[in-house]
Write a protein that binds this ligand. Structure first.
Ligand code: BGP
Length: 477
């Protein structure tokens, strides 16, 4: 394997989200969030795409976020394992409803604030930098019921209050922040991304882009507040990235691929360049969308641009204008994509494309000329525990090795990358399916899809592999 040299101080680590790991969903004064109402399995998907009127599932369904992997009570044990691997950074998210249980409360919840204080102390004790996502797929349910979630401008204010509260509280402990996880998910999974539920006959696109405007303004306000409150912090955006290939070199296919990528770039163009791009204005016009903006919004967007571009990368996408080819749209991925005959797929149908990672990193850097931060990457797979208690996840090592190598190539291409936090360093609940069996970890958690198991932790083969990657600063893959 070729040897790579990663920059000094490169932030190797892992990434998790509150709702997929913490559990303790009503402990310590936490309020209900949208994810707490999502069952595991097929129904989750219907809810996630906003096709049901009532977003409340039946009582008897299994709610994965209620216990998750009990990180809330076991974080010390888990952080010790991350430290053993040599982590320099851990990306977590703060659960909005632990801080403001209803989202619109006058005062924050001290027990929630204290939980993250203790968590950050534990990380810092081990020399691990906390990298914090302010909103990762969990909106307080009260904000959905009372205000209709992000379709309502009031959410901007509640979010700003929440963001300022945590900046003030953690200003000495947290120097890396991100506003909205995978902000472009709002277009694909509106309930997951923005707590949006639609009524029969509503113009979904109009509501989605209005909600997007509110999130973009909220993000800009958070960036501004972060710079004021913690001048030595960096705050970024977060995109579900992965370039779209044209199926052929027919210019129609190429144009369509560009349009598909722009659906995602749209968000980052605003967050990083500080203004709505011309193609978005045209898109609104062509689709008769009218976005309500307040006086001063343009100024806010201009002054609230991010310091770095955080992104997740799992695989690439492909598109075509040929109706025959379009029939092969894969069902496994959140992003509709036609089958790419050059690529293998994960057990969940997600294309595996390490070269696409290098291309995506180059594309993002060319476009924004700001440091990138790879805050999610990994392979969701089923793991078997042998009778000897071993988990030989060579397929995961293979995926990660190729992707880390692709990142090494991108750095040699001149792309500036701050760090790499692979997704789910310890097995957690899958966001898209609510399953436990879709595992990403270096650390196995004894829990099955029905929620049974001891929750004990075990090191997989990949644990030792990643430890060596970090120890050699990416030299030994
Ligand atoms: C991203 C999310 C994560 C995460 C990951 C893997 O979209 O930011 O929360 O879960 O994808 O997806 P999944 O868990 O569905 O395999």
């Amino acid at each position: 394997m070729k040897k790579f040299s990663f920059p000094e101080g490169f932030l190797w680590g892992g990434a998790i989200a509150a709702n997929q790991s913490e559990g303790a969903y009503l402990e310590g004064g936490k309020g209900l969030t949208t994810v707490d109402l999502m069952p595991t399995g097929k129904n989750r998907w219907d809810i996630a795409t906003g096709t049901v009127d009532s977003f409340k599932p039946k009582e008897e369904e299994f709610y994965p976020s209620h216990e998750a992997i009990d990180f809330y009570h076991r974080y010390k044990e888990d952080i010790a394992l991350f430290a053993e691997m040599g982590f320099k950074a851990l990306r977590i998210s703060i659960s909005w409803a632990r801080i403001f249980p209803n989202g619109d409360d006058e005062q924050p919840n001290e027990a929630g604030l204290k939980f993250y204080d203790d968590l950050f102390d534990e990380l810092l004790k081990h020399g691990i930098q906390p990298v914090v996502t302010i909103a990762h797929f969990d909106v307080p349910v009260h904000l959905v019921e009372k205000y209709g979630s992000w379709r309502n401008r009031k959410l901007v204010h509640f979010f700003e209050t929440y963001a300022k509260t945590i900046f003030k509280r953690y200003k000495d402990k947290v120097k890396y922040w991100m506003t909205f996880n995978e902000i472009n998910m709002l277009l694909h999974l509106p309930f997951v991304g923005a707590g949006l539920v639609f009524k029969e006959g509503e113009n979904k696109l109009q509501i989605q882009y209005q909600a997007a405007h509110h999130q973009l303004v909220a993000s800009a306000l958070a960036v501004k507040a972060c710079h004021e409150i913690i001048p030595d912090a960096k705050i970024g955006c977060m995109l579900a990235a992965g370039m779209t290939y044209p199926y052929t070199c027919n210019p129609d296919d190429v144009y369509k691929a560009m349009e598909k990528d722009r659906e995602s770039f749209f968000f980052i163009d605003v967050q990083s360049r500080g203004a709505y791009p011309g193609y978005a204005i045209r898109f609104f016009k062509d689709n008769q969308l009218s976005i309500d903006m307040e006086d001063g919004d343009e100024e806010l967007l201009k002054n609230g641009t991010v310091d770095y571009i955080g992104f997740s990368y799992y695989g690439s996408r492909a598109t075509s204008t040929d109706p025959e080819i379009l029939k092969q749209i894969g069902s496994g991925n959140v992003f509709a994509s036609v089958e790419n005959p050059y690529l293998e797929k994960s057990e969940w149908g997600w294309p595996i494309d390490a070269k696409g990672f290098r291309i995506t990193a180059n594309q993002l850097y060319d476009r924004y000329q700001k440091p990138l931060f790879v805050v999610e990457n990994g392979l969701g797979a089923v793991d078997e525990v042998t009778p000897e208690g071993e988990i030989n996840d060579d397929y995961r090592i293979d995926y990660l090795r190729k992707h880390v190598a692709a990142m090494g190539e991108a750095i040699q291409d001149g792309v500036e990358i701050l760090g790499y936090t692979s997704w789910g360093p310890i097995d957690i609940i899958s966001a898209s399916t609510g399953e436990m069996k879709k595992r990403y970890g270096y650390i196995y958690v004894d829990k099955d899809n029905e929620g049974h198991g001891t929750l004990s932790r075990m090191k997989k083969k990949s644990f030792y592999w990643y430890k060596e990657v970090i120890a050699s600063n990416g030299g030994n893959l």
